[in-house]
Write a protein that binds this ligand. Sequence first.
Ligand SMILES: O=P(O)(O)O[C@H]1O[C@H](CO)[C@@H](O)[C@H]1O
Ligand SMILES: O=c1cc[nH]c(=O)[nH]1
Length: 237
Amino acid sequence: MIPTPHIEVDKKGVIADTVIMPGDPLRAKFIAENFLEDPKLFNKVRNMFGYTGTYKGKKISVMGSGMGMPSIGIYSYELFKFYDVKNIVRVGSCGAYTDDVKLYDVILAEAAYSESSFAEAMAGIKEDTLKPSAELNKKLEEAAKSLNIDITKGTIHSSDVFYRVNSDDYKKIYKEHNALAVEMESFALFANAQVTGKSAACLLTVSDSLVTKEATTSEERMKSFTNMMKIALEMAE
Ligand SMILES: O=P(O)(O)O[C@H]1O[C@H](CO)[C@@H](O)[C@H]1O
Ligand SMILES: O=c1cc[nH]c(=O)[nH]1
Protein backbone atom coordinates (compact mmCIF):
# COMPACT_ATOMS: atom_id res chain seq x y z
CA MET A 1 0.00 0.00 0.00
CA ILE A 2 2.24 2.82 -1.21
CA PRO A 3 1.99 5.73 -1.20
CA THR A 4 0.51 5.58 2.29
CA PRO A 5 -1.95 8.15 3.68
CA HIS A 6 0.93 10.02 5.34
CA ILE A 7 4.02 9.36 3.19
CA GLU A 8 3.91 10.34 -0.48
CA VAL A 9 6.70 8.04 -1.73
CA ASP A 10 5.37 5.68 -4.43
CA LYS A 11 8.47 3.50 -4.91
CA LYS A 12 10.33 1.11 -2.64
CA GLY A 13 14.02 1.89 -2.18
CA VAL A 14 13.64 5.65 -1.86
CA ILE A 15 13.68 5.36 1.93
CA ALA A 16 16.81 3.76 3.41
CA ASP A 17 16.90 0.63 5.58
CA THR A 18 17.69 2.82 8.59
CA VAL A 19 15.66 5.91 9.46
CA ILE A 20 16.81 8.42 12.11
CA MET A 21 13.62 9.86 13.60
CA PRO A 22 13.38 13.07 15.65
CA GLY A 23 9.97 14.29 16.81
CA ASP A 24 10.41 17.69 15.20
CA PRO A 25 10.34 17.69 11.37
CA LEU A 26 12.59 20.78 11.44
CA ARG A 27 15.15 18.76 13.40
CA ALA A 28 14.95 16.20 10.57
CA LYS A 29 15.65 19.02 8.07
CA PHE A 30 18.55 20.22 10.24
CA ILE A 31 20.11 16.73 10.36
CA ALA A 32 19.67 16.25 6.61
CA GLU A 33 21.15 19.65 5.74
CA ASN A 34 24.04 19.50 8.20
CA PHE A 35 25.07 15.85 8.24
CA LEU A 36 23.91 14.11 5.05
CA GLU A 37 25.53 14.34 1.66
CA ASP A 38 23.14 15.00 -1.22
CA PRO A 39 19.93 14.93 0.87
CA LYS A 40 16.70 14.59 -1.15
CA LEU A 41 13.34 15.48 0.34
CA PHE A 42 10.98 12.49 -0.02
CA ASN A 43 8.04 13.59 2.12
CA LYS A 44 6.30 16.84 2.84
CA VAL A 45 2.78 15.57 3.54
CA ARG A 46 1.61 17.55 6.62
CA ASN A 47 5.12 19.10 6.64
CA MET A 48 6.44 15.88 8.16
CA PHE A 49 9.73 16.21 6.32
CA GLY A 50 11.66 13.09 5.34
CA TYR A 51 15.02 13.04 3.53
CA THR A 52 17.34 10.40 2.13
CA GLY A 53 21.03 11.06 1.63
CA THR A 54 24.34 9.44 2.42
CA TYR A 55 26.50 9.55 5.52
CA LYS A 56 30.13 8.48 5.01
CA GLY A 57 28.93 6.84 1.80
CA LYS A 58 26.06 4.88 3.41
CA LYS A 59 22.45 5.54 2.37
CA ILE A 60 20.41 6.78 5.30
CA SER A 61 17.05 8.51 5.84
CA VAL A 62 15.85 10.96 8.43
CA MET A 63 12.21 11.81 9.06
CA GLY A 64 10.13 13.58 11.73
CA SER A 65 7.67 11.57 13.80
CA GLY A 66 5.55 14.36 15.27
CA MET A 67 4.76 14.46 18.97
CA GLY A 68 3.13 11.67 20.93
CA MET A 69 2.41 7.99 20.44
CA PRO A 70 -0.48 8.30 17.96
CA SER A 71 1.79 10.29 15.64
CA ILE A 72 4.95 8.14 15.81
CA GLY A 73 2.61 5.13 15.77
CA ILE A 74 1.44 6.13 12.27
CA TYR A 75 4.81 7.05 10.77
CA SER A 76 6.84 4.18 12.20
CA TYR A 77 4.20 1.61 11.20
CA GLU A 78 4.04 2.92 7.62
CA LEU A 79 7.84 2.92 7.36
CA PHE A 80 8.26 -0.60 8.80
CA LYS A 81 5.26 -2.20 7.12
CA PHE A 82 5.02 -0.57 3.69
CA TYR A 83 8.51 0.80 2.94
CA ASP A 84 10.55 -2.18 4.22
CA VAL A 85 12.46 -0.02 6.70
CA LYS A 86 14.47 -2.29 9.01
CA ASN A 87 15.68 0.06 11.75
CA ILE A 88 14.29 3.24 13.29
CA VAL A 89 16.40 5.18 15.76
CA ARG A 90 14.47 7.89 17.56
CA VAL A 91 16.53 10.98 18.48
CA GLY A 92 14.42 13.01 20.88
CA SER A 93 14.43 15.50 23.70
CA CYS A 94 13.42 14.58 27.24
CA GLY A 95 12.80 15.98 30.70
CA ALA A 96 15.02 14.67 33.51
CA TYR A 97 13.32 12.95 36.47
CA THR A 98 16.57 12.86 38.46
CA ASP A 99 19.56 15.02 39.21
CA ASP A 100 21.75 12.17 37.99
CA VAL A 101 21.24 13.44 34.43
CA LYS A 102 21.96 17.05 33.45
CA LEU A 103 20.92 19.31 30.56
CA TYR A 104 22.47 18.11 27.26
CA ASP A 105 23.29 14.62 28.64
CA VAL A 106 22.53 11.82 26.18
CA ILE A 107 20.41 8.89 27.35
CA LEU A 108 20.20 5.52 25.62
CA ALA A 109 16.84 3.91 26.44
CA GLU A 110 17.14 0.35 27.75
CA ALA A 111 13.36 0.16 28.28
CA ALA A 112 10.32 2.42 27.94
CA TYR A 113 7.69 2.34 30.68
CA SER A 114 4.25 3.77 29.83
CA GLU A 115 0.67 4.02 31.13
CA SER A 116 -0.36 4.28 27.46
CA SER A 117 -2.95 1.94 25.94
CA PHE A 118 -1.12 2.11 22.56
CA ALA A 119 0.46 -1.36 22.60
CA GLU A 120 -2.64 -3.10 23.88
CA ALA A 121 -4.94 -1.33 21.40
CA MET A 122 -2.48 -1.95 18.57
CA ALA A 123 -1.71 -5.60 19.15
CA GLY A 124 -3.00 -6.84 22.49
CA ILE A 125 0.43 -6.32 24.09
CA LYS A 126 -0.27 -6.06 27.82
CA GLU A 127 3.20 -5.23 29.15
CA ASP A 128 3.67 -1.69 30.44
CA THR A 129 7.40 -1.73 29.71
CA LEU A 130 8.81 -2.46 26.26
CA LYS A 131 12.40 -2.91 25.13
CA PRO A 132 14.38 -1.63 22.18
CA SER A 133 16.51 -3.86 19.95
CA ALA A 134 19.48 -5.20 21.95
CA GLU A 135 21.51 -5.32 18.75
CA LEU A 136 20.85 -1.68 17.85
CA ASN A 137 21.60 -0.61 21.43
CA LYS A 138 24.92 -2.45 21.34
CA LYS A 139 25.83 -0.70 18.07
CA LEU A 140 24.76 2.69 19.46
CA GLU A 141 26.90 2.14 22.55
CA GLU A 142 29.88 1.24 20.37
CA ALA A 143 29.28 4.31 18.18
CA ALA A 144 29.14 6.58 21.25
CA LYS A 145 32.37 5.06 22.52
CA SER A 146 34.13 5.56 19.20
CA LEU A 147 33.05 9.23 19.23
CA ASN A 148 34.07 9.70 22.88
CA ILE A 149 30.55 10.79 23.82
CA ASP A 150 29.30 9.78 27.27
CA ILE A 151 25.87 8.20 27.42
CA THR A 152 23.67 7.20 30.35
CA LYS A 153 21.71 3.97 29.93
CA GLY A 154 18.41 3.33 31.66
CA THR A 155 14.63 3.12 31.62
CA ILE A 156 12.68 6.07 30.27
CA HIS A 157 9.04 7.09 30.71
CA SER A 158 6.91 7.47 27.55
CA SER A 159 4.07 9.73 28.62
CA ASP A 160 0.79 10.54 26.86
CA VAL A 161 0.73 13.93 28.52
CA PHE A 162 3.22 16.78 28.51
CA TYR A 163 1.37 18.89 31.10
CA ARG A 164 0.15 17.43 34.40
CA VAL A 165 -2.09 19.26 36.89
CA ASN A 166 0.13 17.90 39.64
CA SER A 167 3.64 18.62 38.44
CA ASP A 168 5.10 16.41 41.20
CA ASP A 169 3.52 13.24 39.76
CA TYR A 170 6.87 12.43 38.15
CA LYS A 171 8.37 11.60 41.56
CA LYS A 172 6.13 8.54 41.93
CA ILE A 173 6.93 7.34 38.39
CA TYR A 174 10.64 7.84 39.01
CA LYS A 175 10.43 5.88 42.25
CA GLU A 176 8.27 3.02 41.00
CA HIS A 177 9.81 2.53 37.57
CA ASN A 178 13.30 3.96 37.98
CA ALA A 179 12.70 6.11 34.89
CA LEU A 180 15.51 8.60 34.32
CA ALA A 181 13.55 10.92 32.08
CA VAL A 182 10.28 11.51 30.25
CA GLU A 183 9.48 11.70 26.54
CA MET A 184 6.37 10.85 24.54
CA GLU A 185 7.01 8.31 21.75
CA SER A 186 9.35 5.38 22.40
CA PHE A 187 6.82 2.95 23.87
CA ALA A 188 4.76 3.11 20.67
CA LEU A 189 7.87 2.88 18.49
CA PHE A 190 9.04 -0.24 20.36
CA ALA A 191 5.54 -1.76 20.11
CA ASN A 192 5.47 -1.24 16.34
CA ALA A 193 8.95 -2.75 15.97
CA GLN A 194 7.75 -5.80 17.95
CA VAL A 195 4.56 -6.14 15.88
CA THR A 196 6.36 -5.87 12.52
CA GLY A 197 9.47 -7.88 13.48
CA LYS A 198 11.73 -4.87 12.91
CA SER A 199 14.26 -3.01 15.13
CA ALA A 200 13.99 0.23 17.04
CA ALA A 201 16.06 2.19 19.54
CA CYS A 202 15.96 5.58 21.20
CA LEU A 203 18.56 8.19 22.06
CA LEU A 204 17.43 11.24 24.02
CA THR A 205 19.06 14.55 24.95
CA VAL A 206 17.99 16.16 28.21
CA SER A 207 16.25 19.41 27.26
CA ASP A 208 14.90 20.30 30.70
CA SER A 209 14.79 19.04 34.24
CA LEU A 210 11.65 18.47 36.27
CA VAL A 211 13.91 18.48 39.33
CA THR A 212 15.90 21.71 38.87
CA LYS A 213 13.42 23.39 36.44
CA GLU A 214 16.30 24.32 34.11
CA ALA A 215 15.42 24.30 30.40
CA THR A 216 16.92 24.78 26.95
CA THR A 217 15.32 27.03 24.32
CA SER A 218 13.38 25.67 21.33
CA GLU A 219 16.20 26.91 19.04
CA GLU A 220 18.73 24.93 21.12
CA ARG A 221 16.48 21.87 21.04
CA MET A 222 16.30 22.01 17.28
CA LYS A 223 19.97 22.66 16.59
CA SER A 224 22.27 21.87 19.48
CA PHE A 225 21.44 18.28 20.21
CA THR A 226 24.11 17.14 17.83
CA ASN A 227 25.80 14.46 19.97
CA MET A 228 22.86 12.07 19.76
CA MET A 229 22.56 12.78 16.01
CA LYS A 230 26.25 11.92 15.50
CA ILE A 231 25.89 8.68 17.51
CA ALA A 232 22.84 7.58 15.49
CA LEU A 233 24.50 8.40 12.17
CA GLU A 234 27.78 6.74 13.16
CA MET A 235 25.85 3.62 14.18
CA ALA A 236 24.11 3.48 10.81
CA GLU A 237 27.44 3.94 9.04
O1 LIG B 1 12.03 16.45 20.86
P1 LIG B 1 11.04 15.38 20.50
O2 LIG B 1 11.66 14.31 19.69
O3 LIG B 1 9.78 15.92 19.85
O4 LIG B 1 10.62 14.69 21.89
C1 LIG B 1 10.01 15.30 23.01
O5 LIG B 1 9.57 16.64 22.79
C2 LIG B 1 8.15 16.70 22.59
C3 LIG B 1 7.54 17.52 23.71
O6 LIG B 1 8.05 18.79 23.72
C4 LIG B 1 7.67 15.26 22.61
O7 LIG B 1 7.60 14.80 21.30
C5 LIG B 1 8.74 14.58 23.43
O8 LIG B 1 8.87 13.21 23.25
O1 LIG C 1 8.15 14.89 26.78
C1 LIG C 1 8.93 15.70 27.27
C2 LIG C 1 10.08 16.16 26.58
C3 LIG C 1 10.89 17.06 27.18
N1 LIG C 1 10.60 17.49 28.42
C4 LIG C 1 9.52 17.06 29.09
O2 LIG C 1 9.26 17.47 30.23
N2 LIG C 1 8.70 16.17 28.49
